[in-house]
Write a protein that binds this ligand. Structure first.
Ligand SMILES: [Zn+2]
Length: 437
């Protein structure tokens, strides 16, 4: 995944939209250490669409390289970002150390970045030089935004990542009109999500099967949104007696901290979720759920008799506590690994997903004898029909569409579909390419 990073210039003011980390098979990708294609000192402000690391991960380097302007995002994005940047600092530094590289940035750089950061509400107006900016709801993760920028009488839309629908907790993507230009993400530009409606039933099946086999169910999960979506669905399954009682562990300090941010921003939840909370149910807690914050607590999970469910990061098994559980339970035919998120090419998760019989964890050869299962309906990304549907509401005014952020064929397929179905001019910009609007 290429880190998202766009520069806009008008009337001598330069602003950025997002400043993301490149994520491949590991965090410390070579490109992350390279100099920016512009002078960070010249940037007045950075507008952040949402807190995923491929949208914020290079902000501390930007600061380190001379940026001292302002950073704007929604309030939840700001809160999430602090935890996520500190977490990735830790992972990046461990990787850099192993490879004999200097650290990309330090915790001091992260804290300096947070001091430049200002949270704003959805639809509030922000002025930066000659740019008028608004953050609109992208429906991707809590606090995620589409960035709308007006300058020189033109309106340009940066989609950020657009959400899937219906999402368990958050409100859906806003439909827009009157835009002249749009940058649209294409993560799933070549795919149609299946089973959004059945995802909870599939989760129910997985738990019932693991209780029957007496093994361990490992769910590698992204700490943000995916973990909370799972908690929301597990809460419903448990509260309604649809699954047998089984201990569930959230074994990720990051996920535990981010879940607290969710509790703080309940005003951003959708009406159904608010109604459940209003009825007196804690949507992010249920009998049998354990949050294991410390390493000691994490290790104690091994002693708990099976069956059990462990939700741990990282979501693509590129690091984190999930590796310790995979080491133990991948060789166990009674156990199951359940993928609910995107697995980038080269990641350990992708290898297991594609049927590898042996994988390497901490330098050790580990045979994979457990069941491997996937639920695709938990994707937090819009699929091709949703991307096209969202774009079509702006169709009458759009002069050009830029298709960005997708692997391999997905931008190509989406761009062609935009030309064919919506009769719009669609281009796939190269990294570093400039356009005059
Ligand atoms: Zn995202």
């Amino acid at each position: 995944m290429t880190g998202s990073n766009y520069l806009l210039e008008s009337g001598g003011t330069k602003i950025l939209v997002d400043c993301g980390l490149n994520q491949g098979s590991h965090f410390a990708e070579r490109q992350n250490f390279e100099a920016f294609a512009y002078n960070p000192q010249d940037i007045t402000a950075v507008l952040i669409t949402h807190a995923h690391i491929d949208h914020i991960g290079r902000l501390p380097k930007l600061y380190k390289d001379g940026f001292h302007g302002k950073i704007y995002s929604t309030h939840p994005t700001k809160d999430f970002a602090e935890f996520l940047l500190l977490d990735s600092e830790h992972i990046l530094n461990k990787e850099a150390e192993r490879e004999g590289k200097p650290p990309l940035y330090t915790t001091e750089d992260v804290m300096a970045v947070m001091n430049l950061w200002q949270g704003v509400d959805y639809h509030a107006s922000v002025t930066v030089g000659s740019f008028a900016v608004q953050f609109l709801n992208a429906g991707h993760i809590l606090g995620s935004a589409i960035v709308q920028i007006e300058a020189e009488g033109k309106k340009i839309i940066f989609s950020g990542d657009l959400g899937n629908y219906p999402a368990p907790i958050i409100t859906p993507t806003e439909m827009l009109k009157d835009a002249n230009y749009c940058l649209i993400e294409s993560t799933y530009g070549d795919r149609v999500h299946e089973g959004v409606d059945e995802r909870q039933e599939h989760l129910e099946d997985a738990i019932e099967d693991i209780v029957k086999s007496g093994g361990t169910l490992i769910i590698p999960a992204f700490a943000m949104e995916r973990t909370q979506d799972l908690l929301f669905h597990l809460n419903e399954l448990v509260e309604h007696g649809r699954v047998p009682r089984v201990p569930v562990y959230i074994d990720s300090p990051l996920a535990i901290k981010l879940t607290e941010v969710y509790r703080k921003y309940q005003s951003y939840f959708n009406a159904e979720t608010k109604a459940v909370i209003h009825s007196g149910d804690d949507i992010l807690n249920f009998p049998g759920l354990h949050f294991t914050l410390t390493t000691e607590q994490s290790k104690e999970i091994n002693q708990v008799p099976q069956p059990k469910v462990i939700i741990a990061g990282s979501g693509m098994s590129q690091g984190g506590r999930v590796l310790h559980h995979e080491l133990l339970y991948l060789p166990d035919p009674k156990s199951m690994i359940l993928f609910i998120g995107y697995q980038v090419a080269g990641s350990l998760g992708r290898q297991i997903l594609e049927g590898a019989k042996r994988v390497k964890i901490f330098g050790e050869e580990v045979p994979v004898h457990c069941t491997v299962r996937v639920i695709s309906g938990y994707s937090a990304h819009a699929d091709q029909p949703r991307l096209l549907g969202w774009l079509s509401s702006m169709r009458s005014t759009l002069q050009k569409v830029f298709v960005v952020q997708g692997e391999k064929e997905s931008p190509v397929v989406l761009a062609q579909k935009i030309r064919d179905d919506l009769a719009l001019d669609a281009v796939i910009p190269e990294p570093g390419q400039e356009f005059v609007l």
